[in-house]
Design a protein around this ligand. Structure first.
Ligand SMILES: C[S@@+](CC[C@H](N)C(=O)[O-])C[C@H]1O[C@@H](n2cnc3c(N)ncnc32)[C@H](O)[C@@H]1O
Length: 302
């Protein structure tokens, strides 16, 4: 009994020391050019501490998640990412994956969990993003986190499944700056961004997790991203193919910084005064925020 208690105490001391040394490392990085707007999110990923404003957003979003999850086995359709190397159609647009029958209980937890979605919130808030797009709404949980702060004026979120888009509209009903678009990603980029020439300072690519598709969607959005915009690539460790996408993205001369958080890759677009042909400063933060293993998606078996 006493041995067990001593062991537990030693373990918690070890955790506290690890956190302390990771935070010290983060401070050191800040002195060496790590983007200041990223610090809150990384600090939170290390120590789990949140200010009252962010806590409020998380509480609101998680209540909505629980409400959706409570509908348990009620069926709902979702577009599942295809196997790597899916055919490219004649217009060079990646073909979306299959429509699968999920349940409300499952879709509530398909996107980012509280921890990672809170990190997204802190990034959007600290960059003071005013105009954003999300590719992959699902039930709208990450959109709540990304768009629920004072500076966000316009946030477009795109979902291919009509039933998910309808649920997301309910999740986001008290955020008039958010527009849920029920289209495929490419169509939505045509109608919502290209036709209006909307300029964006935040993009979150979280659907159709295939290397070729991820890079395609970024390239389509690129002309509409403002200098210094933040681009969030979700699930960069979801599969070996997505990791290959990240390996290409992280050396793209479009960016000044590429930050590997394991679950998400964060890139910051260069400003006009930066050298256009240099590769980004690469920050591997997995040793600080926790290692993220490369996944093997289960939906590709058939
Ligand atoms: C991982 S989920 C998004 C989760 C959400 N961002 C969150 O964290 O709360 C990806 C969503 O993208 C949608 N999707 C996948 N491929 C698509 C495509 N090509 N066009 C439109 N929607 C697509 C799926 O139906 C699914 O709901």
């Amino acid at each position: 009994m006493i041995r067990k208690a001593i062991y537990k105490k030693l373990q918690s001391l070890k955790v506290a020391l690890t956190k302390k040394s990771r935070l010290a490392k983060l401070n050191q990085m800040s002195e060496n050019g790590f983007p200041p707007h990223m610090v809150s999110a990384v600090r939170f990923l290390i120590n789990g501490q949140l200010d009252a404003e962010a806590k409020k957003v998380a509480t609101f979003a998680e209540q909505r998640r629980q409400h959706i999850a409570a509908q348990g086995d009620t069926p709902v359709e979702i577009w599942y990412s295809p196997k790597p190397g899916s055919v490219i159609d004649p217009e060079s647009r990646p073909l979306p994956g299959k429509v699968l029958n999920y349940t409300m209980g499952k879709v509530a937890f398909t996107g980012k969990n509280r921890k990672w979605a809170t990190a997204l919130h802190l990034i959007s808030r600290e960059f003071q993003s005013t105009s954003g797009i999300e590719l992959g709404t699902c039930v709208g949980i990450s959109a709540i986190y990304l768009a629920r702060h004072a500076k966000m004026q316009q946030f477009i979120t795109v979902e291919g499944s009509a039933s998910l888009a309808a649920i997301a509209r309910q999740s986001l009903q008290d955020l008039p700056q958010v527009h849920v678009i029920n289209q495929l990603f490419d169509e939505a980029i045509d109608t919502q961004i290209v036709q209006s020439g909307t300029l964006l300072d935040l993009a979150y690519i979280d659907g159709h997790h295939e290397k070729i598709a991820t890079i395609h969607y970024f390239e389509r959005l690129r002309p509409f991203l403002k200098a210094g915009a933040v681009v969030l690539f979700d699930d960069i460790s979801w599969s070996a193919d997505m990791r290959e996408a990240w390996d290409l993205i992280k050396v793209s001369a479009a960016f000044s910084h590429a930050i590997d958080l394991g679950a998400v890759g964060v890139c910051i677009l260069k400003t006009t005064t930066e050298q256009p042909d240099t590769i980004p400063h690469y920050w591997n933060l997995q040793p600080l925020v926790g290692k993220f293993p490369i996944g093997q998606p289960h939906g590709w078996k058939d």
